[in-house]
Write a protein that binds this ligand. Structure first.
Ligand code: ADP
Length: 394
């Protein structure tokens, strides 16, 4: 049996895809169809020889884009489709084989992810149309964090808001935190103990993982809670909304827009949301960029220190995501801000670890909690969970 899984991550006007074989040596085919529904729609990707392609798809919708993706699979037939679904609410604690009931349940959590879940379901509908005979599996960003205990997921709000409206902390980036913590458990002599994970990309979140189960995480009801991100503020005083409304007359939509799209690294630096550019500007003496790096790193360290309370033992910290994998400076600063934890970062190893390198960054003979860089692979995790889900249904 061919065990390739087609991983689909569908947005309102885009479809990211990856064809992943069970054999890790088999070449991965991946790409993205963008600007769907417009004349500028285009499919870009990489073929099995590593060559990049770009194919205009003027006016294509999601189903037409999926047909074009199918033509790019070089005759390899997927045996299943794994969909990244952002929000599974409390309903989904693991991946689910998609049927009408599962679609209805995903739809019913749309209020919690109004931008993402409907777009994800568009992808499910189009995929069912193009691949009617393939099993489809939903893999949720929130599911890994469904092991959080109530003390970690409840807000100190009136109980009815939780009971009647599902207002609680859910957490996101679950496939990434699950992937890197499991990988570190395999690679480290510490095994599956207590790991702090820091996923630092455009979106950023931390998590405390004990024996492969998430016990706490920095994102909450929405992905806005927690760390400073590219354009998101992360934690602010909850009184800020009322203050901005009363003092500046801002509407809820304006406040939402500022906190999600104009804050974070972009807001602090006044320059950009891109950490590479911020690091360069800071080196050249730009005060806003220096402050952005400082606040970014301090908030990560503070979050990791706080999350350590969830773990019976601390075996190590794992950095991942575009910034976590590529910025030695951010890793060094975060570790320096946690002097009480017994880390021993080797500066030369840290400086040499960028672009896809995986490994521990500790000084030789160090016996305490470790520092790891693990490049995340959310697609591999979605493919793995898809296979596992199908095996349990076989
Ligand atoms: P996404 O969350 O959209 O998947 P990524 O995980 O690719 O994003 O992370 C994007 C971030 O990684 C950007 O802020 C980018 O500047 C940063 N990044 C990528 N390479 C480097 C680098 N060499 N040094 C510092 N930051 C980097």
């Amino acid at each position: 049996m061919n065990a390739s899984v087609l991983v689909i991550n569908c947005g309102s006007s885009s479809i990211k895809y990856a064809l992943i074989d069970e054999d890790p040596q088999a070449p991965r085919l991946d790409g993205i169809a963008e600007r769907l529904g417009s004349q500028a729609a285009v499919l870009k990707g990489t073929d099995s020889a590593g060559e990049r392609f770009s194919q205009p798809l003027p006016g294509a919708d999601h189903a037409q884009a999926l047909s074009a993706i199918l033509d790019r699979l070089e005759g390899r037939k997927p045996s299943a489709v794994g969909h990244r679904i952002v929000h599974g609410g409390e309903h989904f604690t693991q991946a689910a084989l998609i049927d009408d009931g599962v679609i209805a349940a995903i739809d019913s959590t749309a209020a919690l992810a109004p931008l993402h879940n409907p777009a994800n379901l568009t992808g499910v509908a189009a995929t069912r149309q193009v691949f009617p005979s393939l099993p489809q599996v939903a893999v949720f960003d929130t599911a890994f964090h469904q092991t959080l205990p109530p003390r970690a997921y409840r807000y100190a709000l009136p109980d009815a808001l939780y009971r009647d409206h599902g207002i609680r902390r859910y957490g996101f980036h679950g496939t990434s935190h699950a992937y890197v913590s499991q990988r570190a458990s395999q690679l480290s002599t510490h095994g599956a103990g207590g790991w702090l994970t820091a996923h630092l990309g455009n979106g950023c979140s931390t998590s405390a993982v004990w024996q492969n189960q998430s016990l706490d995480t920095s994102m909450g009801l929405t992905p806005l809670e927690g760390l400073v991100m590219g354009t998101r503020s992360g934690d602010v005083d909850p009184g800020l909304h009322a203050h901005l409304h009363r003092q500046l007359g801002w509407s809820l939509d304006e406040i939402d827009n500022v906190l999600n799209k104009q804050s974070g690294l972009l807001g602090l630096s006044g320059l950009t949301n891109d950490m590479r550019e911020i690091e360069q500007a800071a080196e050249q003496g730009h005060a806003g960029a220096s402050l952005a790096v400082e606040v970014f790193c301090y908030r990560i360290a503070k979050s990791l220190a706080g999350l350590s309370c969830a773990l019976p033992t601390l075996d190590g910290v794992i950095f991942t995501g575009g910034i976590g994998e590529n910025s030695p400076q951010v890793r060094r600063r975060v570790i320096q801000l946690m002097p009480h934890f017994g880390f021993a970062l080797d500066d030369a190893t840290n400086d040499a670890t960028i672009r896809g390198r995986e490994g521990a960054l500790d000084r030789a003979d160090h016996r305490g909690p470790e520092v790891w860089v693990i490049p995340t692979d959310e697609e591999a995790r979605i493919a793995m969970e898809t296979r596992h889900c199908l095996e349990t249904h076989a």
